[in-house]
Ligand binder design. Structure first.
Ligand SMILES: Nc1ncnc2c1ncn2[C@@H]1O[C@H](COP(=O)(O)OP(=O)(O)O)[C@@H](O)[C@H]1O
Ligand SMILES: [Mg+2]
Length: 415
């Protein structure tokens, strides 16, 4: 009687011991896995927030740093004194955007996204990459200087497809608040591609997508030329989307918001975060495909009724959809010049084609069985998915425990 009881107690304690060990083993495994994810995602963030290597001697930078000259100071004083009159244009994670007279003032709130670039000639001081990148590609317009070729009513408000800088400085929004970087550029009345699409959707309800495409395709081709220049200089924009394409006029669009510009071989482009966001390995091809997605999204949004467009886009017979699916099939090796060439071949008035061998039309299989309402939703869903340009880092920040350890920053600024 006693022996079986003893052996069953022994057996039970052995099996609970085993279970306990398995649980401990699983916990160690989970911790190890979590630690690995922690390291990979911290590496990703460190790569993303690594500085952009910009030219160190471009026009405007050294002559205005660290102390701006009198004319610039006068303009800055005017801006600071009239802060109450600034009109909010928008607010993002990194800061706010305001309009004042013919200027746009962008502020960068300290402590949000880390500033990536070192201020040349200053010890341990960083600034938003957008400032030196805009100086390098857009140049500097000196204010109130009649000798400046950009001064006067006929002055150009853009330079080679980029926004020039009118001023940059540090100032406190309120006496009790820390100083923030400010970047001032000329105001483009047309806003962004989103603004234009909204205006068109209200004005041109009766006009079809073919007309919008015919009107704006040459402008898009010109934008690709600007992009080609950026890529040839060795840089990618890295944040092409409708909100970052600004409208100078009907025939000229601008590559705005250079805050994410990076050299082609920047470590971010080989990080896990870049891959997790389904970006193309070659950041130049990635910029080009994102520009095409932005253009098609612009056409879709500019229509009062997008159903006809969504169907045509997924069928892949119209010039604009042929251009898109062909480029997507060839996405990894796409360049701005190649897309521009293809855009000239698939021009808006080109005849329809039914043999779309190199396209991948995406009409859902169950489409014919759906009722009208579900058909419209399914088409919209498929098109919106194909045109996504969103890039997120929420999960990366979560795994990298930035709430506890902050964002990893690798660059140290020397003189
Ligand atoms: N120079 C400008 N002229 C007109 N609108 C502008 C200008 N700069 C910015 N905007 C508007 O403000 C929005 C946000 O500006 P952006 O530079 O992209 O800042 P963020 O870093 O917040 O994305 C743009 O989408 C555009 O509508
Ligand atoms: Mg932006």
């Amino acid at each position: 009687m006693g022996r079986p009881l003893l052996s069953s107690i022994r057996h039970m304690s052995r099996s609970s011991h085993l279970r306990y060990r398995v649980v401990v083993f699983m916990m160690i495994l989970a911790l190890f896995q979590q630690y690995q994810l922690f390291c990979v995602h911290r590496q990703s963030l460190a790569a993303k927030y690594t500085s952009t290597q910009l030219a160190s001697n471009f026009q405007g930078l050294h002559s205005h740093l660290p102390i701006p000259d009198d004319k610039d100071l006068h303009f800055q004083d005017e801006l600071v004194a009239n802060r109450r009159a600034w009109k909010a244009l928008g607010e993002g994670w990194e800061g706010k955007v305001y309009a004042y007279n013919d200027s746009v003032i962008k502020t960068f709130t300290p402590g949000r996204s880390p500033f990536r670039n070192c201020v040349p000639g200053m010890m341990n001081k960083k600034w938003p990459t957008e400032i030196p990148a805009s100086l390098q590609f857009g140049g500097f317009i000196q204010q109130n200087d009649p000798s400046n070729e950009h001064y006067g009513h006929n002055r150009s408000i853009t330079i080679d497809g980029f926004l020039p800088v009118k001023a940059y400085y540090m100032a406190s929004p309120l006496p009790s608040k820390p100083a923030e970087w400010h970047l001032v550029t000329p105001l483009l009345q047309g806003g962004s591609l989103n603004t234009l699409a909204r205006t068109l959707s209200e004005d041109m309800k009766a006009r079809g997508f073919q007309n919008v495409d015919a009107l704006y395709r040459p402008t898009f081709n010109r934008l690709l030329e600007t992009m080609e220049g950026l890529h040839d200089a060795g840089y990618c924009h890295d944040d092409i989307k409708p909100a970052n394409i600004f409208i100078k006029d009907e025939a000229h669009w601008i590559l705005g918001d250079l805050g994410n510009a990076r050299q082609v071989f920047h470590p971010y482009h080989s990080s896990r975060l870049w891959r997790d966001n389904s970006q193309l390995e070659d950041c130049r091809a990635n910029d080009v495909i994102r520009a095409l997605k932005s253009y098609v999204k612009f056409i879709q949004t500019s229509l009062g009724d997008e159903d006809e467009f969504n169907l045509a886009f997924l069928e892949g017979k119209e010039p604009i959809s042929r251009l898109f699916w062909r480029a997507l099939a060839d996405a990894t090796t796409m360049t701005a010049a190649k897309l521009r060439q293809q855009s000239l071949t698939e021009y808006p008035e080109a005849p329809l084609k039914t043999d779309i061998n190199d396209g991948v039309p995406l009409i859902p299989r169950s489409y014919t069985l759906m009722n009208l309402f579900s058909q419209r939703l399914a088409l919209k869903h498929a098109v919106d998915n194909a045109l996504l340009t969103r890039m997120g880092e929420k999960m990366t920040r979560w795994w990298a425990m930035t709430w506890l350890f902050g964002v990893p920053v690798s660059d140290v600024c020397g003189l």
